[in-house]
Ligand binder design. Structure first.
Ligand SMILES: Cc1cc2nc3c(=O)[nH]c(=O)nc-3n(C[C@H](O)[C@H](O)[C@H](O)COP(=O)(O)O)c2cc1C
Length: 161
């Protein structure tokens, strides 16, 4: 049974790609979550942006993990940046299950140059212990592999402790 969980939401595939890369490199369990909302097209974009700005959330679709969340050595949470915040889907996860998370790391994916590191502290508001590691990635950017691999190095160092 794997002791690192990579759990994420992805609207258009970028966070999925980053989390697949990270889970593959760490031989970690990979779980995608959703709240079942249709977020396609401009209506879905606007709805998602409004939810993120209002910090409103909807119930998640049920999802399964191999272990209870608190039993993982590390849980890596992946989210796209929406309107300068984490996605409402990942906010829903953190609101409902955040206190069960053990050691936590964050992976943000974003479209702009800005790194949005203030989002880490916003996400910490829902979990018991502040995040141990984080990275902010632009999946199509030339620097993607560099920053992803730097994060992987830091995760391996943490797991070796
Ligand atoms: C509603 C919405 C709001 C967004 N807001 C931002 C933003 O404030 N800053 C940014 O850099 N990218 C923003 N983006 C771009 C996404 O964060 C970026 O493309 C991300 O990698 C998409 O991940 P996904 O393909 O896993 O959904 C936004 C995207 C959406 C859909």
């Amino acid at each position: 049974m794997k002791d690192v969980l990579c759990i994420y939401y992805s609207r258009s595939g970028k966070t999925r790609q980053a989390m697949e890369d990270i889970a593959g490199a760490l031989d970690a369990e990979l779980v995608e979550i959703t709240d079942g909302q249709d977020r396609s097209g401009w209506k879905g974009y606007l709805r998602s942006g409004m939810e993120a700005m209002r910090t409103s959330t909807r119930p998640l679709q049920p999802f399964e993990t191999q272990r209870p969340l608190e039993e993982y050595r590390l849980v890596i949470v992946g989210t796209p940046v929406w309107a300068g915040r984490c996605s409402s889907v990942i906010r829903a996860l953190l609101k409902r299950r955040g206190l069960e998370l053990p050691e936590t790391a964050y992976v943000l994916t974003r479209g702009c140059q800005r790194r949005y590191e203030e989002i880490y502290e916003q996400m910490d508001g829902y979990i018991a212990k502040p995040h141990a590691l984080a990275c902010s990635l632009r999946v199509d950017d030339v620097g993607y592999e560099f920053w992803r691999d730097k994060f992987l190095q830091a995760v391996r160092a943490l797991l070796d402790q």
